[in-house]
Design a protein around this ligand. Structure first.
Ligand code: IPM
Ligand code: MN
Length: 352
């Protein structure tokens, strides 16, 4: 299996080293070989060469690899995030990775900021549409920089785009024995664009008889995620709202450093990355929490069909969190590297 690895910037480098360590350990324990190709793209590379991704970059990632792993992108020397847009958002769009799969799973109750909530209360998957919404960049600025400036950015919603993500959410629920799918939009105010979400949700839901469809407007959903997170199993929403609520979800499971994601087009080369950014001030200090990065590697293994391997990584992470063998974010005293060592060593082969 060929995997492109782009550690990127800041703590992306730190946490990717640990994810790679864990993937290699999985290889040893399960007798598999992973061909990890380290790629240099990121802020330093861009500043030195002027290249964000090479001209054939997207095709190369798509055609030469089974999966792509990214650490984080973002650097104060590149305020417009040009390289990040090309490497991360560009790959989402060019490879048509329409599913942003973001689990929200609390691994120990002490990490939850909500009073009296435990692991049974916070366990959901958020499906964020990943190729449309305000992210497509259609729009422009007129009389920019003056007091007459007009700035327009269009919220794109297509039948195809809305349909495929809603269908994916139901298919995931069905395949995993889940019984509820919640859709969130803002159709009470965004009356054209989000009416399409209403229409498609009502069209698709009846095709899944054992699954209860529910709906919240996005503002109420934010409130409900805090008030009663136990009501959610699967949430599906648009790109912009999904960006926001997955940060809320990250806090529910103990912080941004815990959160994993997959940018997926089922059946095609897909991209896996922790939800957090490059956190430049913590870079290279051996303090970043590698759990989100390692869980993103587990999502990648699962996507590659290696279910047992993915489960073994998740179990090792859970053990490290429960026994407080981790960084300050989980209440531990270990560094980034020592956390990676602990988790790698905790990976066990399945019982025969
Ligand atoms: C995320 C990030 C990105 C996004 C940024 C870095 C453009 O916040 O993956 O959630 O908005 O999608
Ligand atoms: Mn985000």
């Amino acid at each position: 299996m060929r995997i492109a690895v782009i550690p990127g910037d800041g703590i992306g480098q730190d946490v990717t080293a640990e994810a790679v360590k864990v993937i290699r350990r999985v290889g040893e324990v399960f007798g598999r070989s992973f061909d990890l190709e380290m790629l240099p793209y990121g802020a330093d590379y861009y500043l030195q060469t002027g290249i964000t991704l090479p001209p054939n970059g997207y095709a190369m990632l798509r055609d030469e690899f089974d999966a792509i792993y990214v650490g984080a992108l973002g650097d104060p020397r590149i305020p417009d995030m040009r390289h990040g847009r090309d490497i991360l958002l560009g790959t989402r769009f060019e490879l048509d990775l329409y599913v942003n799969h973001r689990p929200v799973k609390l691994l120990h109750e002490r990490l939850c900021p909500l009073k009296g909530r435990g692991t049974a209360d916070v366990n959901m998957v958020i499906f964020r549409e990943n190729t449309e919404s305000l992210y497509v960049g259609i729009g422009g600025r007129f009389k920019a920089g003056t007091e007459d400036e007009v700035a327009i950015q269009e919220d794109i919603n297509t039948y195809k785009g809305v349909h495929r993500i809603i269908r994916h959410a139901f298919e995931y629920a069905k395949a995993n024995g889940l019984t509820k799918v919640c859709m969130a939009d803002k159709s009470n105010a965004v009356t054209h664009g989000h009416a399409l979400w209403q229409r498609v949700f009502k069209e698709v839901a009846p095709q899944y008889p054992g699954i209860e469809p529910t709906h919240w407007f996005i503002d109420a959903l934010c409130m409900q995620m805090i008030k009663n997170p136990a009501q959610f199993e699967v949430i599906v929403t648009n790109n912009m709202f999904g960006d926001i609520i997955t940060d809320v979800g990250a806090q529910l499971q103990g912080g941004l450093g815990m959160a994993a994601s997959g940018n997926i087009h089922p059946g095609r080369t897909s991209l896996f990355e922790p939800v957090h950014g490059s956190a430049p001030k913590y870079a290279g200090k051996n303090v970043a929490n590698p759990v989100g990065a390692i869980l993103s590697a587990a999502l990648m293994l699962d996507f590659l069909g290696l279910r047992q391997e993915a489960a073994a990584v998740e179990a090792a992470v859970k053990e490290s969190v429960v026994t407080v063998n981790g960084t300050a974010e989980i209440g531990g005293t270990l560094g980034t590297r020592e956390t990676g060592d602990y988790i790698a060593a905790a990976i066990k082969a399945p019982k025969a």
